[in-house]
Design a binder for this molecule. Structure first.
Ligand code: SF4
Length: 310
């Protein structure tokens, strides 16, 4: 069966952090046809932490808020807190996480502050003031098929303001700096929108804005949109897709994943759900050295074989 590959930030981040963890997470589902970020996985790549439950609760509460805003229903502060608490409890239960009550209260308080601060950001002002004449919110699971790959790169929000569509990416957690690759990833929102009915298909009809939470505050920045940058974003996807195809071939031909690379950084292993059954689980450097020797021997054997048969 020919797998239909998909590209999402989660998928690509894991692919780049550890190809072996990517194979463990996605390969079986892709080869059996259960694809997409919402498809059941053979396992999860990270052991869930309380902060994962917090982020999940923040994101789902924000979606609830957008649903109500869309039909003109406003939220009071106590209602926001009540909704976040329920979403947080659900996320903790779903991951089997437990924490002392004082800890949960602190997370809840910080979460409420974060959501309130989000509504005060400059980027969301046209929306919160009702001056975006047309707007929509999306779920990350809304995929579009572009050049043989399903892209799960929907913006969190899109609104029409001052003659252009503004596409917003919200990140409830982010690192200090955004790499060029991450910026190109954000531009894939434009590719997604251009493939949707009802959105224009020229790059210059869009603005892209990222609103991301780092060190207790929202940071906002615009990204340039141009045909050249969109081509670079396409190239990034194609590069990852080639890598995925190669890994699926490895998985098909060798279930022990002998030649599949390990994590780039030992930190990835520390929270990896596959650690117990991975040769790199206890010592990444040693496993990498053994793999290098194995691959070298394999090449030497292949070269000797071809010399003998030539
Ligand atoms: S333990 Fe490390 S190398 Fe092994 S799958 Fe997990 S992240 Fe990758």
């Amino acid at each position: 069966m020919k797998p239909i590959l998909h590209w999402s930030q989660t998928n690509a981040r894991l692919l780049n952090a550890c190809p072996r963890a990517w194979v463990n997470t996605y390969a079986a589902n892709l080869m059996t046809g259960s694809r997409g970020p919402g498809a059941p996985r053979s396992g999860t790549q990270r052991r869930p932490q309380i902060d994962d439950a917090v982020v999940s609760a923040l994101r789902s509460t924000w979606t609830d808020r957008m649903e109500d805003l869309f039909v003109g229903t406003e939220w009071s502060s106590p209602f926001r807190e009540h909704r976040l608490k329920r979403r947080f409890t659900d996320a903790m239960d779903a991951s089997g996480l437990k924490a002392p009550e004082t800890n949960l209260t602190l997370h809840l308080k910080r979460g409420v502050n974060q959501l309130e601060a989000l509504e005060r950001t400059v980027g969301l002002r046209p929306l919160m003031r009702g001056s975006g004449s047309r707007w929509a919110y999306f779920e990350r699971l809304d995929g579009v098929h572009v050049d043989g790959v399903t892209l799960y790169t929907a913006p969190d929000l899109a609104f029409y303001h001052q003659h252009k569509w503004t596409l917003i990416r919200l990140q409830f957690r982010s690192s200090a700096h955004q790499t060029l690759a991450q910026q190109l990833e954000h531009l894939l929102m434009v590719k997604w929108a251009m493939a949707q009915p009802g959105f224009p298909n020229e790059a210059n009809a869009y603005r892209v804005k990222v609103i991301r939470w780092h060190r207790h505050r929202w940071i906002e920045h615009h990204l340039d949109v141009s045909e050249t940058l969109l081509e670079q974003a396409d190239a990034l996807v194609q590069h990852d897709v080639q890598e995925m195809k190669w890994l699926l071939r490895c998985w098909n031909s060798d279930a022990d994943l002998t030649a599949v690379p390990y994590a780039r950084d030992v930190k990835t292993c520390e929270s990896c759900a596959y650690r117990k059954r991975c040769p790199a689980g206890q010592n990444l450097a040693q496993a990498k050295a053994m793999q290098e020797r194995f691959v070298l021997n394999l090449h030497q054997r292949e070269e000797t074989k071809s010399l003998r048969t030539s």
